[in-house]
Design a protein around this ligand. Structure first.
Ligand SMILES: Cc1cc2nc3c(=O)[nH]c(=O)nc-3n(C[C@H](O)[C@H](O)[C@H](O)COP(=O)(O)O)c2cc1C
Length: 137
């Protein structure tokens, strides 16, 4: 029986919020239960790891550059992200990432995501494909 490469298989995320926090370098310091379930990892496998552990190869570098440029400047970033599960399947989220301040000092970042809608995904697909193609040249 033909089975596609798992990287081409969607994992459907339908409800709830995926939450995580990182330090200033993007090392995961907090992951809620939903994050673990949807990404397919145990909490102990996520805490202390770089957040790029769930980076999908279809995501353009330019998207993450925009994320880091925004949050390091103290601004929020919102957008669509295709993430990679531990089992190789992918899931799309609409993500909101913000700086965390403690007594006025930037100490880390936090992110909240909901499932992306089909419309959001179909709108962003050509944009990311275009960026990826430019990055491969
Ligand atoms: C709070 C926070 C949440 C993040 N969430 C994700 C995420 O869900 N998926 C992802 O691929 N990268 C996420 N990133 C960006 C990663 O840190 C990383 O920049 C990205 O995966 C690209 O990997 P690279 O920087 O090693 O090229 C997040 C960063 C921060 C600070």
């Amino acid at each position: 029986m033909y089975r596609p490469d798992p990287i081409d298989e969607a994992y459907i995320f339908t409800n709830g919020l995926i939450l995580s926090s990182t330090d200033l370098k993007g090392i995961i310091t907090y992951a809620n239960r939903k994050f673990c379930t949807i990404a397919g990892y145990d909490k102990s496998e996520l805490i202390g790891k770089n957040h790029n552990i769930i980076r999908h190869p279809d995501m353009p570098k330019a998207a993450f550059k925009e994320v880091w440029d925004s949050i390091q400047a103290g601004k929020d970033w919102s957008g669509l992200v295709k993430n990679l599960r531990k089992d190789g399947r992918y899931y799309w989220v609409y993500s909101h990432i913000s700086p965390i301040y403690n007594d006025g000092e930037l100490t880390g970042y936090s992110a909240a995501r909901r499932p992306a809608t089909d419309n959001e995904v179909s709108e962003i697909l050509p944009v990311y494909a275009d960026l990826l193609e430019k990055e491969s040249n």
